[in-house]
Design a binder for this molecule. Structure first.
Ligand SMILES: CSC[C@@H](O)[C@@H](O)C(=O)COP(=O)(O)O
Length: 346
């Protein structure tokens, strides 16, 4: 993997003008999200191992985006060696454990391969996965925005925008569509420690969309709800179990608890590839734990005593009973139940 284009280092670059995932046929070009918004820099991935390292290292992140990247990673592997399916599948699937979109995309690709498709057909499938995601997000934007009344004050968490997806975004896509409809009075976006996807990425996207927004510390949202009428918390998802329990970025569960306490409605926005019917409930969702140094250091500087340990789960599970609506490109489930989830995906 190589650092490719020189950094534009230009805060004036518009998020929509920057493509996070660019398929170049001989390689996959990924916007390095670790250095946004101050630097705009791309990584060129030439092998499945490069793609897996970019996913694990958070250069590309967001559930749909890592599924798209992994699909292209398989194409790179099979072009180099048609016998590489199993090894490349395993490496890519292991790069991050919680977002089921990753495995969903890989399984869709492998299914085609085992049916006898060639590498060109798999390449077309990866492109289709990429393009379908944008279309799904636009549809979810319409469906989610229909639930929002004019003058809405919203809270969101992590980054669920164009950077995290094939375009437009999931939760942020709903906010973008609602804003285009003139309904959004204010968005509060949590900074999302420790990777600061909210402060670095969502703030960048909201600012460039001209959406009225303010950054808020993750721990300040419950207090915010005591001071201001918030209408909806709107978040994405990394995996939705068969009963509607939803894994998303760490801190989401706390937002849901605070929302219920304060009469704020809670919306999850995710494409059908985020559902995992093999997971009966949230207790079965694997939760990624990352290295302690993500908490004990900040950009190489210690922020905790030397040698101090840390517990660093990067996702949590919000129980279905705290979710008012799940918005998917196939429709909306209000007050999710196992029956409603099954019917949506049938
Ligand atoms: C793209 S929407 C859903 C999620 O993927 C998003 O909310 C999230 O948790 C991303 O986590 P990340 O660790 O940045 O990959």
């Amino acid at each position: 993997m190589s650092a490719a284009s020189p950094s534009a280092a230009d805060a004036g670059v518009h998020a929509d003008a920057v493509q996070p995932i660019v398929w170049e046929r001989t390689h996959l070009r990924l916007l390095d999200q670790r250095v946004l918004p101050t630097d705009v820099r791309y990584l060129d991935c030439r092998t499945a191992d490069d793609v897996a390292a970019a996913i694990h290292g958070m250069a590309v992140r967001g559930a749909p985006a890592i599924g798209i990247a992994a699909a292209y990673g398989l194409v790179l592997a099979l072009r180099a060696d048609p016998g590489a399916m199993d090894a490349a599948f395993a490496t890519l699937a292991a790069s991050r454990p919680t977002a089921v979109n990753l495995r969903w995309a890989l399984e869709r690709m492998r299914r085609l391969w085992t049916q006898g498709a060639d590498v060109d057909a798999l390449e077309a499938e990866a492109v289709a996965i990429h393009e379908e995601d944008l279309a799904q997000n636009l549809r979810m934007g319409e469906l989610g925005a229909a639930l929002i009344a004019p003058g809405a004050r919203l809270v969101t968490h992590c980054n669920t925008g164009a950077l995290a997806t094939g375009g437009h975004g999931t939760a942020l896509g709903v906010i973008r569509t609602a804003h285009a409809q003139g309904k959004v009075a204010m968005v509060y976006n949590g900074e999302t420690r420790p990777w600061l996807q909210g402060a670095r990425l969502t703030a960048w996207e909201l600012q460039q969309e001209g959406i009225p927004a303010r950054l808020v510390a993750d721990g300040a949202v419950a207090h915010l709800m005591t001071r201001e009428k918030i209408d909806w918390v709107i978040v994405g998802a990394d995996r939705i179990a068969a009963n509607g329990d939803t894994a998303n970025k760490i801190g989401t569960y706390a937002l849901a608890v605070a929302a219920r306490r304060h009469g704020v409605r809670f919306m999850v926005v995710a494409p059908s590839g985020t559902f995992d019917l093999d997971c009966p409930d949230g207790s079965q969702i694997p939760i990624e734990e990352r290295t302690a140094t993500e908490l004990t250091e900040f950009r190489g500087q210690a922020v905790a005593p030397a040698g101090y340990d840390a517990f660093n789960p990067v996702f949590d599970v919000t129980p279905a009973e705290l979710i008012d609506a799940i918005v998917c490109e196939r429709g909306v489930i209000e007050n999710p139940t196992p029956e409603a989830v099954r019917a949506l995906l049938a």
